[in-house]
Design a binder for this molecule. Structure first.
Ligand code: FDP
Length: 340
């Protein structure tokens, strides 16, 4: 056994150390956010372990329930939702929870209430579970106005009021990407330690990328600007090389690649789904928050994504997010259409 190497590992920047360091910059802080985050991290480790064991434990398969989006729930979705609801409530730091899996918001009982609201998709990309493709948890955090009397209004706020957002990707490795509003940082789970270690400090998305990511099967129903944009990706007019297409169909995986390599991820509106598919509170907002914090942009086809004000907790919105210059291009196409 290499004791020297082992001792060196205790010097690593774990996610808990990282958040405690951040907390120490705010002398008035009482550690509530650190406690909340450590409960989210626990939930992620739990789901990661369940995802890894899914085949073995025969967890895969339908649980026989249908969620409010009309999708069949998988056992892992149900499990992940239970894991996060319990982890968040028991943190004693939350008042309102909105989960993709629950039709109504959950109001935490008064004895366990705290000053935060958490919106989350416990297991996004669920159609990929059965074939072992990367899936993930997405979350966003707000503070409540009055924790003694929380209401749904506490989460029906624009994304620019989020205090933190992140996702955990259950892929070839388990990675948690987090922003508390001061940049984006990536932590990889070291399974032997059970700790998330800072492996990707201060992630910055390249200003321009050479990948576009979209479900092209919907192309016949797209609007003009999206059609034009994707055409330009394939047949650039300025003589630059065509962009590559990459689409996993699991938002966390597609956004993660976009964040690291640059490029653009699109889930536009189409004739069949005028509001697109992705949910504002727990898909669009957290990913838009991370993109902006990494130097990219997120646009809805009308406005900056984080300026949307949702009216319903499960509202959807079209989304174009990624490298700054790539999103500028799609914004210009929408602006040109408006002028005509
Ligand atoms: P899924 O349906 O597998 O849960 O909103 C959920 C989501 O996956 C996203 O993770 C993904 O980006 C998108 O839907 C994929 O939708 P399409 O199958 O329509 O491309």
């Amino acid at each position: 056994m290499d004791h020297e190497a082992d001792a060196y590992r205790t010097d690593l920047m774990t996610i808990t150390r990282f958040v405690l360091n951040e907390q120490s910059k705010y002398p008035e802080s009482r550690g509530d956010f650190t406690i909340l985050l450590s409960n989210i991290v626990l939930g992620c480790k739990f789901v990661c372990s369940a995802v890894n064991k899914a085949g073995l434990a025969k967890l895969i398969g339908l649980a026989g329930e249908t969620n409010i989006q009309g999708e069949e729930q998988k056992k892992l979705d149900v499990l992940s939702n239970d894991v996060f609801v319990k982890a968040l409530v028991s943190s004693g730091r939350t008042s309102v929870l909105v989960s993709e899996e629950d039709e109504e918001a959950t109001f935490v009982e008064s004895s366990k209430r705290g000053k935060y609201c958490v919106v989350f998709d416990p297991l996004d990309g669920s159609s990929n579970i059965d074939c072992g493709v990367s899936i993930g948890t997405i979350f966003g955090i707000y503070t409540v106005e009055h924790s003694d009397e929380p209401t749904t209004e506490d989460v029906l706020k624009p994304g620019n009021e989020m205090v933190a957002a992140g996702y955990c990707m259950y892929g070839s490795s388990c990675m948690l990407v987090l922003s508390t509003g001061t940049g984006v940082h990536g932590f990889t789970l070291d399974p032997s330690l059970g700790e998330f270690i800072l492996t990707h400090p201060d992630i910055k998305i390249p200003n321009k990328g050479n990948i576009y990511s979209v479900n092209e099967g919907n192309a016949q129903n797209w609007d003009g600007p999206t059609t034009k944009y994707v055409e330009r990706c394939k047949y650039p007019k300025d003589g630059s090389p065509a962009k590559s297409l990459r689409y996993v169909g699991s938002m966390v995986a597609d956004v993660h690649r976009t964040l690291l390599y640059g490029g653009i991820f699109l889930y536009p509106a189409d004739k069949k789904s005028p509001n697109g598919k992705l949910r504002v509170l727990y898909e669009v907002f957290p990913m838009a928050f991370l993109m902006e914090q990494a130097g990219g942009q997120a646009f809805t086809g009308e406005k900056r994504a984080l300026d949307l004000v949702p009216k319903e907790i499960h509202e959807r919105s079209p989304i174009f997010l990624g490298s700054y210059d790539d999103v500028e291009e799609i914004k210009a196409l929408y602006a040109a259409e408006e002028e005509n």
